[in-house]
Design a protein around this ligand. Structure first.
Ligand SMILES: *[C@@H]1O[C@H](CO)[C@@H](O)[C@H](O)[C@H]1NC(C)=O
Ligand SMILES: *[C@@H]1O[C@H](CO)[C@@H](O)[C@H](O)[C@H]1NC(C)=O
Ligand SMILES: *[C@@H]1O[C@H](CO)[C@@H](O)[C@H](O)[C@H]1NC(C)=O
Ligand SMILES: *[C@@H]1O[C@H](CO)[C@@H](O)[C@H](O)[C@H]1NC(C)=O
Ligand SMILES: *[C@@H]1O[C@H](CO)[C@@H](O)[C@H](O)[C@H]1NC(C)=O
Ligand SMILES: *[C@@H]1O[C@H](CO)[C@@H](O)[C@H](O)[C@H]1NC(C)=O
Ligand SMILES: *[C@@H]1O[C@H](CO)[C@@H](O)[C@H](O)[C@H]1NC(C)=O
Ligand SMILES: *[C@@H]1O[C@H](CO)[C@@H](O)[C@H](O)[C@H]1NC(C)=O
Ligand SMILES: *[C@@H]1O[C@H](CO)[C@@H](O)[C@H](O)[C@H]1NC(C)=O
Ligand SMILES: *[C@@H]1O[C@H](CO)[C@@H](O)[C@H](O)[C@H]1NC(C)=O
Ligand SMILES: *[C@@H]1O[C@H](CO)[C@@H](O)[C@H](O)[C@H]1NC(C)=O
Ligand SMILES: *[C@@H]1O[C@H](CO)[C@@H](O)[C@H](O)[C@H]1NC(C)=O
Length: 652
């Protein structure tokens, strides 16, 4: 496999990108002042020095989860109890008194189920398919608590992890004060926030005519000015394409004027709902590209960003930095007395951009657009010259907070620079890593897979390859560091057994594991009411198509609200309970045994090469028709070419 820098040879086809770039009003040249959003960065996008807290920030070893997470968990676990009670009762587990079960264990919350949700990468397709899943799990969604549906699972969950496009979903919800998918879909041109308006590609900027923006030129100007403000802060920060990418993404994902340049990821920790334990804990994932590495392999260090920290449980890095103080000059785990405390580095868009840095190439394609102002071209050229083409997909976290930390095993210990890339580049495209850490004691993971494994020939559906990657990593003694993962079959078996066309459970038998590991509820993107296998590199969606993909995702996880299997919701309840029943020595209800017979992978394999995977619509009667408009929509030619190039790269 060649290095990811192959992506940079996109100029060949990026010139074709012009087809999808249509600035609305290039004549408008006014430069709007970039307002600061409420949140916590001291100087909008530019990190700045602040007074240090009385205990100077430091790096901690990954011996455990953080103290902050521990005390938050106490609140969260007790807040999940009532929603979980209601949820399990509604799951109609015949012969099992769910209410009594929860009540009996009220005083020992660790006996009760500990639930994680993981949303995979895969660009906008993944954000939207994942959104359908989260909407189905969210009791705030109208009708989601009807018979056969899964509303309340989100309220019962402890963790919500996202990666790349799945990270845009998790970020959109959590950065916007634990908002709902419904709210994110509601365009509101009269106020400063209009999230998830994807009909204009990110190259053009938002279409909102409200107070948010006046023109595409202002959009470009704002991108450049904010990134420059970081570079020129006088604190030695390097900027990368990810800064532009993250800023651009924020216009679609962050509900604030100018995409909220002052919104930080760490500020989530102070949100009312989250801090009170009324929302799950968001975690985004990125991979480390160690000095000298061209390729991200399965043993690359995996980092997480949670509301308090960034770092890794891997035996390589094995440390966590306080997220709020990224940008400060840590050495050997300490912040020397003469060093200032920096905040504002952990911009929310930058963190979401880091987890999805594979898409930095979108920003590069702006450069090819003839009408793009020279100042933007110059700015991008500057970034590219300082980094070199091999680094187009990196996010630059200099100064490396882990400088001289864990010198023996930390691959970047001797480097002032820390470079991170898209969390899916190691092929673990579902963010399972944070959720299989033994310290977190997760019992069940709802793994929403929107990967495009079957691309390019039989189109953009998952085939379990990302589960396979996590399984393989958990079997590698040099990197697994105590993590265990259920055995899963190869990607060919997945297709032959239909395990990528319907939900499947892995690791049902807790006795047949290499260590404590959660049960995996695998939820592969599949066509229920709409063909949601849209290219990862389609960058614009009109609202009709956007809503169709979300609705399909809703049906994927509810099996069409039970249309495909009336007992599915019961089976979900059984999966949630499984480890807890083991722990409390409770007999497994018969209805659950039936569920496990039906949904647990039984160890069978079939490695005969299958025909091309070409699924038909599962609920034909409910098909959502997205009519062809009269030339309103411009086919995303750029996306097609780009995906082919990326596919070629991955297959070479
Ligand atoms: C609950 O499950 C039983 C079968 O176990 C079924 O007969 C009954 O209709 C279900 N109730 C509801 C409300 O779905
Ligand atoms: C909720 O269900 C009712 C009854 O089936 C239906 O009339 C209504 O349109 C549904 N609402 C939504 C938002 O789906
Ligand atoms: C966030 O949401 C909570 C309740 O959901 C609300 O009380 C609070 O005012 C909101 N905060 C902001 C800044 O909108
Ligand atoms: C965005 O903010 C506006 C104004 O505060 C609010 O009405 C709207 O619900 C918010 N949207 C989301 C997705 O949170
Ligand atoms: C951190 O150290 C670098 C290199 O010595 C320096 O350029 C930078 O200004 C320092 N940062 C702060 C916040 O002092
Ligand atoms: C990761 O794997 C590569 C290739 O198999 C190997 O060269 C490298 O030493 C490994 N790194 C670690 C940290 O195990
Ligand atoms: C994980 O790695 C760290 C650092 O190498 C080591 O101290 C620790 O014992 C390892 N944990 C397990 C469970 O292997
Ligand atoms: C299936 O996995 C094998 C190796 O495990 C890989 O080489 C191949 O590309 C995968 N095929 C698909 C269609 O994902
Ligand atoms: C399932 O329920 C949701 C929410 O009411 C609805 O949007 C969706 O269309 C339903 N699916 C089917 C197949 O009826
Ligand atoms: C049980 O464990 C063995 C050894 O790891 C594995 O090969 C097998 O697939 C597992 N069975 C199931 C059903 O997961
Ligand atoms: C194995 O998969 C092949 C290819 O899909 C299929 O033709 C065959 O029937 C399967 N074998 C069994 C025993 O199911
Ligand atoms: C929305 O996009 C779909 C898919 O590309 C297209 O078929 C449809 O015509 C578009 N609808 C409108 C109103 O532009």
């Amino acid at each position: 496999m060649k290095g990811l820098h192959e992506l940079s040879s996109i100029s060949l086809f990026a010139s074709l990108a012009t087809a999808s770039v249509l600035p609305r009003d290039p004549a408008l040249n006014d430069v709007t002042v970039w307002e600061r959003a409420t949140p916590q960065a001291p100087n909008a996008y530019a990190p700045a020095a602040v007074n240090c807290p009385s205990t100077r920030p430091s790096i901690r070893p990954a011996h455990d989860i953080s103290d902050q997470e521990k005390s938050w968990l106490e609140k969260r676990r007790s807040n999940t109890m009532d929603p979980m009670r209601e949820f399990l009762i509604r799951m109609n587990i015949t012969g099992f008194d769910a209410g009594k079960y929860i009540d009996n264990h009220r005083n020992n919350v660790s006996a009760l189920p500990n639930i994680g949700i993981a949303a995979s990468g895969g660009g906008y397709r993944a954000m939207l398919n994942g959104a359908g899943a989260v909407a189905a799990f969210d009791s705030r969604t109208p009708n989601s608590t009807n018979t056969g549906q899964l509303g309340g699972l989100l309220q019962s969950s402890t963790y919500l992890a996202g990666l790349s496009g799945g990270g845009w979903l998790v970020g959109s919800i959590m950065v916007n004060n634990y908002t709902s998918v419904q709210n994110l879909m509601n365009a509101n041109p009269d106020n400063s926030g209009s999230t998830w308006q994807l009909s204009n590609s990110i190259l053009e900027g938002p279409a909102t005519e409200g107070i948010q923006l006046v023109s595409t030129v202002d959009y470009y100007d704002g991108l450049v000015k904010s990134v420059e403000s970081k570079a020129n802060a006088g604190l030695g920060f390097d900027t990368s394409l990810t800064d532009y990418w993250g800023r651009a993404l924020s216009f679609q994902l962050v509900n604030a004027t100018e995409g909220g340049p002052a919104y930080t990821w760490s500020s989530i920790a102070d949100d009312a709902d989250f801090s009170a334990g009324k929302a799950p804990m968001p975690i985004l994932v990125a991979d480390e590209r160690a000095p000298g590495d061209q390729v991200i392999s399965l043993n690359s260090t995996v980092l997480e960003f949670n509301p308090w920290e960034m770092g890794s449980f891997d035996p390589t890095l094995y440390g966590f930095a306080p997220l709020k103080y990224l940008g400060s000059n840590f050495t050997g785990g300490k912040l020397p007395d003469e060093e200032k405390c920096i905040t504002g580095f952990d911009n929310a868009g930058f963190i979401m951009g880091t987890s999805s840095s594979l898409f930095n190439a979108i920003i590069l394609s702006i450069d090819q657009y003839p009408k793009v102002p020279q100042f933007l071209k110059d700015a991008l050229k500057g970034v590219l010259q300082s980094l070199g083409k091999a680094e187009n997909d990196i996010a630059d976290y200099s100064p490396n907070p882990f400088y001289h930390y864990n010198n023996r095993s930390n691959p970047s210990a001797q480097s002032r620079q820390l470079t991170l890339v898209d969390g899916g580049e190691d092929l673990q495209n579902i963010p399972l890593h944070p959720l299989i850490q033994p310290f977190r004691q997760v019992d069940v993971i709802f793994a929403i897979d929107s990967s495009a494994d079957t691309a390019p020939n039989d189109g953009n559906w998952p085939n379990g390859a990302s589960l396979g990657a996590t399984y393989a990593r958990s079997s590698n003694s040099s990197i697994q560091n105590g993590t265990a993962f259920p055995s899963v079959p190869d990607n060919i078996t997945f297709v032959n057994l239909g395990l990528n066309n319907r939900p499947a459970f892995f690791g049902c038998d807790a006795a047949n594991l290499t260590g404590p590991a959660p049960l995996i509820v695998y939820l592969p993107n599949s066509p229920y009411v709409y063909f949601s296998n849209i290219s990862t590199f389609q960058y614009s969606y009109n609202n009709t198509e956007r809503n169709a993909v979300i609705n399909n995702g809703y049906n994927v996880v509810t099996m069409g609200n039970g249309t495909r299997d009336a007992e599915w919701s019961t089976c979900v309840g059984c999966a949630v309970l499984s480890r807890s029943l083991d722990r409390t020595g409770t007999k497994v209800p018969d209805v659950c045994k039936k569920c496990f017979d039906r949904y647990c992978w039984d160890g069978t394999v079939n490695t005969t090469t299958p025909a091309l995977y070409n699924p038909s619509l599962i609920l034909k009667d409910h098909e959502i028709k997205v009519k062809s408009g009269a030339g309103h929509y411009i086919p995303n030619f750029f996306g097609l070419i780009f995906s082919t190039a990326v596919a070629t790269f991955f297959l070479s």
